[in-house]
Ligand binder design. Structure first.
Ligand code: PLP
Length: 438
């Protein structure tokens, strides 16, 4: 044991993982060698390599940056949206010291954390009031718990979806004690279906963005404005879970139009919910926008405490919202820089790769917004294709073994790296990694 622990390449892991973890990796490696039944005693260096492999495996379980070469801009497995530099600065400033999180600087008395992002979110969207929670699933839970417990919620059958990670709308409704009333059929729903579904027990009408799922062909939706009128006449709230929360027209980025937060509010939806880290391009958060009276009821729910977010989230969200206020500054948000990167700029970068790594071919690819937004709309992009020496699977594993790990796509037995999602600052690291496997 002592000899292993004095070995510099093993000792280096002590600061990263702590001594007990290093000792346990050595013990497990020795144990495995003893139990292997091999007559030959393995040599010391082979054992060291085994220990290091175990330690690397341990390290890979910690949170760390990765290079996203998949071409999927909002990749949920890769942590969705990267933050803008000024949002990162705001997070760092909030994290480094104390803040006015729950303190009113003017009066010197207690303030509300829930009011922190209200001003900028309302300016941006025209909403009366705003509330920020841990994520969009939390927002949905709070809305249902506040308004729909032991009552009925009307949802279009075609919107009764499962949104990745096992979040199923019917289950969420059931868990919050609400009874689901389905309107329409699997492919079509009309406003009259909602009107017919109302009863004295109805708590609210719910619209839900179908995210990664599309029904095409013989299909019909009930317009939000019509549902808003039905809700208004019945004295009930119309709530819409928008999911990705676009606040600008994505057509400007060569994508089809995605319904925006402002459009939903404009149609008379009384509470709009969306994620902070999808098309908003900010931190993980659940944003609720809408009527002052309804948001006030959400604020009064004791469950709020369990769903609240921290000062770093507020700092990042407020700064991201500020960048959205100005069309020119929006491209400082990495998501919008990636969406807006021209094919010429991507091709120039690709050519520089190809000059250094001879085995790389510049190819046209298709990138995707991801995060449940526009799943079927490809964004033309430029990528690098390569046939690694040891095959695509081994090549992909080798790229994941670099630091930071590079996550690429495999297509037709080739490795494919999409330049739209690789940050330009990561080009040098990716070039070196490709040289090693070419
Ligand atoms: C992504 C999504 C959610 C969940 O959002 P989180 O912020 O990940 O909790 C909820 N509803 C819809 C429609 C979504 O697309």
């Amino acid at each position: 044991m002592h000899r292993f622990l004095s070995e510099p390449q093993i000792a280096a892991y002590e600061v990263l993982l702590g001594k007990p973890a290093v000792k346990s990796a050595v013990a497990l490696t020795l144990d495995a060698a003893r139990r292997s039944g091999e007559p030959e005693v393995p040599d010391f260096h082979a054992l060291c390599t085994g220990v290091v492999a175990r330690l690397d495996e341990r390290r890979a379980q910690d949170l760390m940056p990765v290079v996203n070469a998949t071409g999927i801009l909002l990749h949920t497995n890769l942590g969705r949206a990267p933050l803008a530099p000024s949002a990162i600065e705001a997070v760092a400033a909030a994290a480094a010291g104390y803040t006015n999180l729950e303190f009113d600087v003017r009066s010197g008395s207690r303030g509300s954390r829930y009011a922190r992002a209200r001003g900028v979110l309302c300016s941006l969207t025209g909403a009366q009031d705003a509330l920020v929670l841990n994520n969009c699933a939390a927002a949905l839970l709070l809305v249902l718990d506040t308004f729909a417990k032991n009552r009925e919620v009307v949802v279009a059958r075609k919107e009764l979806i499962e949104i990745g990670g096992g979040l199923r709308l019917p289950d969420v409704l059931a868990r919050s004690g609400a009874t689901l009333i389905e309107a329409g059929t699997a492919n079509k729903v009309y406003a009259e279906d909602f009107a017919r579904a109302l009863s004295p027990k109805t708590a609210l009408l719910l619209r839900c963005h179908p995210s990664n799922f599309r029904i095409t062909g013989f299909t019909h939706d009930a317009p939000a404005a019509d549902l808003a009128e039905i809700a208004r006449n019945a004295g009930l709230p119309l709530v819409e879970d928008l999911g990705s929360g676009a606040v600008c027209d994505l057509a400007a980025y060569g994508l089809p139009h995605e319904r925006t937060v402002q459009e939903a509010l404009g149609a008379g939806v009384q509470l709009v919910l969306f994620s902070g880290d999808k098309l908003f391009g900010g931190p993980q958060a659940g944003v609720v926008l809408g009527s002052e009276a309804l948001v006030a009821r959400l604020r009064a729910n004791p469950l709020l405490r369990a769903l609240r977010c921290d000062k770093m989230t507020f700092a990042a969200l407020i700064e991201t919202a500020r960048l959205h206020l100005n069309e020119d500054r929006r491209t400082q948000i990495p998501l919008y820089a990636m969406l807006g990167a021209s094919l010429d700029v991507l091709s120039d970068r690709a050519r520089r790769y190809a000059q250094t790594v001879r085995a790389v071919h510049v190819v046209e690819t298709q990138a995707y917004a991801g995060g449940g937004a526009l799943p079927q709309s490809a964004l033309p992009s430029i990528g690098l294709a390569l046939q690694p020496r040891d095959g695509a699977t081994a090549g992909a594993a080798a790229l994941r073994g670099t630091s930071p790990p590079i996550v690429a796509r495999i297509e037709n037995d080739r490795l494919l790296l999409d330049l739209r999602t690789i940050l330009p600052a990561q080009d040098a690291h990716v070039t070196t990694a490709l040289q090693a496997i070419a």
